[in-house]
Design a protein around this ligand. Structure first.
Ligand SMILES: CC(C)(COP(=O)(O)OP(=O)(O)OC[C@H]1O[C@@H](n2cnc3c(N)ncnc32)[C@H](O)[C@@H]1OP(=O)(O)O)[C@@H](O)C(=O)NCCC(=O)NCCS
Length: 150
């Protein structure tokens, strides 16, 4: 996974979290090569607005497809796989944050039935995992998109 997608400290952190029951890391593989991933955040959201308005909601985070494998439906498949799993586990809705300057991702989510919530953008913390182990926390405003499952 790290060989093709990099971000070793990020994946190490998410696998540790997954072991603790915090969420689930889904990875798309092609011929033994990891080409995309999404982390389904099942624990309480870090953002107070999300906790207050969508208590217990699952979040799709860090959806990414390797640049050389984009525009082939892998991002769509990852979102569908996450939704299918959540639905099977009894979740009624799913949410995510997307940067206002990310039209590719916004188009994808819109096509898949995600709609922006009416409460405005939310400040999120994006953690950048540097190769030397440093973690840098960056504040980022995001649009919140929600989809009812089932
Ligand atoms: C956003 C992202 C995950 C989308 O992944 P992807 O695999 O390219 O997504 P898809 O292939 O399912 O859809 C992308 C486009 O390819 C098109 N497509 C899908 N399958 C296709 C196929 N077989 N042939 C041609 N086009 C296809 C889709 O219709 C879509 O078109 P659009 O550009 O008009 O929206 C990817 O661009 C990415 O990793 N971006 C950087 C990280 C990021 O911003 N993540 C989102 C965080 S919120």
């Amino acid at each position: 996974m790290v060989r093709s997608l990099g971000q070793e400290p990020y994946f190490a952190d998410r696998l540790t979290k997954q072991d603790a029951g915090h969420g689930v890391l889904l990875v798309a593989w092609q011929s033994g090569v990891a080409v995309g991933d999404v982390y389904v955040w099942l624990a309480a959201a870090e953002e107070p607005e999300l906790r207050a308005r969508l208590p217990g909601v699952a979040l799709l985070t860090h959806l990414e497809v390797a640049p050389w494998r984009r525009n082939r439906g892998i991002g769509t498949e990852l979102v569908w796989a996450a939704e299918e799993r959540l639905l099977a586990e009894g979740h009624e809705q799913v949410a995510l944050g997307v940067g206002p300057d990310n039209p590719d991702a916004q188009r994808l989510y819109q096509r898949l039935g995600y709609a922006e919530w009416p409460y405005g953008e939310v400040a999120t913390t994006n953690v950048v995992y540097h190769p030397d182990g440093r973690q840098e926390r960056q504040r980022e405003m995001c649009r919140v998109l929600v989809r009812k499952l089932g």
